[in-house]
Ligand binder design. Structure first.
Ligand SMILES: [Zn+2]
Length: 227
């Protein structure tokens, strides 16, 4: 399935914040790949999200940094302004998706085919709008604790969040897995959480443990779905 391998690992990180720099550096060091879901209207250190989370000021990366920072990884839609999409009128919903896709495509000079739902919220109308915007997959925040490929890529639940109690157990099960059918380990989160929770060593240990395996392909979300 993936360069002749039946197992693949992928990551999905949201919001395009400054801590992505440390996470990308970590992925690059271990030969891992991820997808970064960005809000194009918020890509500025100054105009971005100046939220304080347990004493940490969370700010976005600057738009100009995007092409270099995420090179070798995937950039995907997280909508222009990070609104709850289920609360938007249809016109605004369409704009939030289309604007973000177009702005990100202009930034990276390539096509953008996927997304993650802000807050994970979606309904039938939102899913239809995502498809109509030309997006092929959309990640939710539902943890499946499974390694199956998604049956419905427009409501794609990942294996687990990086803070999941079962992360190590799932990692060991995945490493030990022998399979003739494609199996996918998908991890999601926000890189600022490692700073807020002071647990960067958690993802460092995970990356080190999972990296460099001959039977695992290290792919973006898009590549994981063969898109
Ligand atoms: Zn988000």
């Amino acid at each position: 399935m993936w360069n002749g391998k039946n197992k693949a690992l992928t990551f999905s990180y949201d919001d395009g914040v400054q801590e992505d720099k440390r996470l990308v550096e970590l992925f690059n060091r271990y030969g891992l790949k991820g997808t970064f879901n960005l809000n194009s209207a918020l890509l500025s250190e100054e105009l971005g999200w100046n939220e304080w989370k347990r004493g940490l000021r969370v700010t976005h990366v600057n738009a100009a940094e995007v092409p270099t920072l995420y090179r070798g990884h995937e950039v995907a839609v997280h909508t222009a302004h990070h609104e709850d999409l289920t609360a938007l009128p249809p016109d605004t919903l369409r704009k939030e998706l289309q604007e973000d896709k177009a702005a990100l495509e202009a930034l990276i000079g390539g096509d953008v085919v996927g997304m993650a739902y802000p807050y994970g919220t979606h309904n039938e109308g939102v899913v239809a709008a995502v498809a109509a915007a030309g997006l092929c997959y959309a990640r939710t925040v539902a943890d499946t604790h499974r390694f199956d490929l998604p049956l419905t890529p427009l409501t794609w639940g990942h294996t687990c969040h990086h803070n999941d109690d079962r992360l190590s157990e799932l990692a060991e099960a995945f490493l030990a897995l022998e399979t003739d059918t494609p199996q996918l380990f998908t991890v999601w989160g926000h890189s600022y959480e490692f700073s807020v929770d002071e647990n960067w060593e958690r993802i460092e240990r995970f990356c080190e443990r999972m990296a460099g395996r001959d039977d695992i392909a290290y792919v973006t979300n898009r590549e994981a779905l063969g898109l």
